[in-house]
Design a protein around this ligand. Structure first.
Ligand SMILES: O=C(CO)COP(=O)(O)O
Length: 251
């Protein structure tokens, strides 16, 4: 089965307005492989402007970096899934390790975020990954599989088929230390097998599993060439159009 190949850039809390518009314009105008689904996860304050800017650009989509678990209500400062849908956003990152760590988002809360995203026609990019401590303990495979279990396995097969999974080992995020291609492949294969066991081979084979953690132009190709790696969720290197385009074209 051919799975969707995806290069997603997570801008995190970076860029002022002019710089953000310039970056999305550069990506829209760049010579890039249009068969690779390219996603820009921008700060929420710029989402509507960027959605409008890239509306008719093939293969280029926009994601939010988070959404609230409730539809609406008294949650000052928060952004809901219906709000995102109403401005034309189609994707949302859920469960990034920075949200898990700094905003205490549990697997349970993330399960609700996945639900609310799907209920509002947003495709969740569900992040998972282990700390260095857990990797050293040798329990990383079951730890990450359990994140999927607790946040995704309540979904029907039809719902799960819409989800994109992103494996991001915490020790590789922003550190310059990438998981080796073998380490990435081992985890991706393990997760795909777990999904096959819970759902079916067909469903598992259709799910794109992205790798994230210090993906750069220099290492993208070898990582993306692994059998179960369907692309990347890129932080730092997605902030420069030139670098990100090289990553998009590395498939
Ligand atoms: O967290 C990440 C993407 O969501 C990865 O960040 P870096 O690519 O900067 O390591």
């Amino acid at each position: 089965m051919t799975r969707l190949q995806i290069a997603a850039g997570n801008w995190k809390m970076n860029k002022t307005f002019e710089d953000a518009m310039q970056l999305s314009r550069a990506l829209a105008n760049a010579t890039r492989d249009e068969n690779v689904l390219t996603i820009m996860a921008t700060p929420s304050i710029y989402l509507k402007m960027i959605v409008d800017q890239v509306l008719h650009v093939p293969g280029l989509e926009v994601a939010a970096q988070n959404c609230h678990e409730k539809e609406s209500g008294a949650y000052t400062g928060e952004i809901s899934a219906p709000m995102l849908e109403s401005i034309g956003v189609k994707y949302v990152i859920i469960g990034h390790s920075e949200r898990r760590e700094y905003f205490a988002e549990s697997n349970e809360v993330l399960a609700r975020k996945v639900d609310i995203a799907l209920a509002n026609n947003l495709i969740p990019i569900f992040c998972c990954g282990e700390s260095l401590e857990i990797r050293k303990s040798g329990k990383h495979l079951s730890y990450v599989a359990n994140q999927l279990k607790e946040s995704l396995y309540h979904l029907s097969a039809e719902e799960l088929s819409k989800v994109i999974v992103a494996y991001e080992p915490i020790w590789a995020i922003g550190t310059g230390e990438t998981a080796s291609p073998e380490q990435a492949q081992e985890m991706h294969e393990y997760l795909r097998n777990a999904l096959a066991e819970q759902y079916s081979e067909d469903i598992a084979n259709g799910i794109s599993i992205l790798y994230g953690g210090s993906v750069k132009p220099a290492n993208a190709q070898i990582i993306f060439s692994q059998k179960d790696v369907d692309g990347g969720l890129v932080g730092g290197a997605s902030l420069k159009a030139e670098d990100f385009v090289q990553i998009i074209n590395a498939f």
